[in-house]
Design a protein around this ligand. Structure first.
Ligand code: TTP
Length: 532
């Protein structure tokens, strides 16, 4: 059983939406803040979705409504998620924008590592190559230089099982670990090296965004997540593989990645167990009987092993807008479905257009999903335009067609949820890239020509437009220059072959060499894009 040779980090923003509100209104810093969901109810306020740690410490909990929350903490500072532009539904764009700021830092801080966006405020980072490079460059030197810096890692914890004890002393445990493990064993030292890197990353996030975060560092995603949750907020926790059984022993099954839902609940019920330690004690044959398709995974997970790679992902794979109509708010008329679907299409297009501008990609599929009390239906359609009217009409037609036999005049069966989700993003087509590039080349050529007009006399008439050339992709530039040299050589050869025997004609005025022709460059661009 291998695969504990990786160094994986999870960055998790602390009480993210609450921090976004606190940054927007600095007077809320250090106070108990609750972010309430916007609701279509009369009060306009739903349950709590995020809480500052001050509010959490006073006993306010996620999901509480206003009345419950103020009963627990009368000084609670409420913030409400705004409504969307086109619909009376919450709009979390403000938090998405804040998330993008964080991911910009995450993507640019380390060179050559894989960053995976796990949620709006969580990312996994595979630090293995960076850590190994540091370790193999100068192990002894690193240890010598590190020792005086140990105290500076003042928000770093070691998860060894005693770290949640009442008499836990962070600094003492770190020092003991450093001397007894890190100096002797590279598996531990690698975790230490990573913790210095992560400490620097967290400081950069704070510096650039003003947001605090916590981190977990271990040998896989599952352990990194468990580690991160042990000491929050504004802390980071190392979980070396050697200590993972001490941690997993008491870990509730539901706390483990992928075991928080139905699978975890089934395992707990069928095997009558609660913790990962108990799961590790279940014989493999029993796991195979109870859960044949997941036996291997459960066996390895309960021992702290996981092969799940950190995947290169910083963009969401789908963009969706959705609205639930619970209980009596269920939609029962075609007119109401039209009204909501039209709003959802507008919201979706707004987000798709933002995404296209920021990420230079275009969704090619759209899924209309709708729920009825007893079933869920969906229809996937091609997406050829970001025009909200077109999207609305296409998806409305799909809705009516799916429920054709049940719609009577304006009345339709009860709809409890409507979702539009765009996905299958494509980069601009080759043709579009070429077109854009050729247009850009031509535009730049004309601009340059205009700008160069008054000063051409200062230039060597044989000059190419160098500034213009510098802006071309490197290999096209090389080819254009090569072409130009060939041209020159040809001219010289022709001149040599057709030597005038008669008296020399008066030297013709040299013509200014024209900048590379648009067709020539377009041809080079064709080749350039084909190569990619
Ligand atoms: P979490 O990371 O689960 O929680 P958090 O960042 O608020 O707090 P913690 O410090 O414990 O990590 O969620 C991130 C954000 O996602 C959260 O700030 C609000 C939003 N969110 C919801 O809107 N609804 C939910 O049910 C959950 C769990 C989160």
């Amino acid at each position: 059983m291998t695969c504990n040779d990786k160094v994986i980090c999870l960055i998790d923003m602390d009480c993210f939406f609450a921090q976004v509100e606190q940054r927007e209104k600095p007077e809320l810093l250090g106070l108990p803040v609750a972010v309430f969901q916007a609701s279509a109810s009369r009060s306009g306020v739903g349950g709590i979705i995020a809480l500052s740690y001050e509010a959490k410490n006073l006993g306010v909990r996620r999901g509480m409504n206003q009345q419950e929350a103020f009963a627990v903490c009368k000084d609670l500072k409420p913030c409400v998620v705004p409504f969307a532009e086109h619909l009376r539904k919450p709009d979390i764009q403000k938090y998405r924008n804040a998330s993008k700021e964080v991911f910009d830092v995450l993507q640019n801080f380390f060179k050559g590592v894989v960053v995976e966006k796990a949620s709006i405020d969580e990312a996994f980072i595979d630090l293995t190559p960076l850590v190994d490079k540091k370790l193999h460059e100068d192990r002894t030197g690193y240890l010598e230089r590190f020792e005086p810096r140990l105290g500076a890692l003042d928000s770093t914890h070691l998860a060894d099982g005693t770290d949640l004890d009442e008499n836990y002393d962070r600094a003492v445990l770190m020092k003991k670990w450093y001397h007894e493990y890190c100096k002797m064993d590279n598996d531990h030292l690698r975790m230490l090296i990573a913790s210095e890197m992560v400490d620097a990353l967290r400081k950069a996030i704070l510096d650039k965004t003003k947001f605090q975060c916590s981190a977990g560092i271990s040998t896989n995603k599952m352990l990194a997540k468990l580690a991160c949750a042990r000491h929050k907020p504004r802390q980071q926790t190392i979980l070396p593989h050697a200590f993972c059984m001490k941690i997993l022993d008491d870990t509730p099954i539901g706390d483990v990645r992928y075991l928080g839902g139905l699978t975890g609940a089934n395992i707990r019920e069928v095997l009558n167990i609660q913790t990962m330690g108990e799961l590790a004690a279940v014989p493999f044959a029993t796991l195979e009987e109870v859960c044949p398709d997941k036996a291997n995974w459960l066996y390895r997970t309960s021992r702290g092993f996981s092969d799940e790679p950190v995947k290169l992902r910083h963009l969401v794979s789908s963009i969706a807008t959705s609205k639930q109509f619970a209980g009596r708010s269920a939609l029962v008329s075609v007119a109401k479905v039209r009204e909501w679907l039209s709003g959802l299409a507008k919201e979706l297009c707004k987000r798709l257009n933002e995404d296209r501008t920021t990420n230079r990609r275009t969704a090619t599929k759209i899924v209309l999903s709708f729920s009825q009390p007893d079933r869920h239906s969906s229809k996937t359609l091609p997406l050829n335009t970001y025009d909200p009217t077109n999207i609305f009409e296409t998806t409305m037609a799909a809705f009516e067609s799916a429920l054709r036999s049940e719609i009577r005049g304006d009345s339709c069966p009860s709809i409890t949820c409507l979702t539009l989700s765009a996905s299958h993003f494509a980069l601009p087509s080759l043709h579009e890239q070429q077109k854009t590039m050729s247009e850009w080349v031509e535009k730049r050529r004309l601009e340059r020509q205009e700008r160069m007009m008054p000063t051409t006399s200062n230039r060597n008439p044989d000059d190419l437009d160098w500034e213009f050339l510098q802006e071309l992709p490197e290999d096209i530039r090389a080819e254009v220059l090569h072409e130009r040299n060939l041209e020159k050589a040809k001219k010289l050869k022709m001149k040599a072959n057709v030597e005038e025997p008669k008296a020399k004609a008066p030297e013709k005025r040299k013509r200014k060499a024209e900048p590379p022709k648009k067709e020539v460059i377009s041809k080079k661009l064709d080749t350039f894009f084909k190569k990619r």
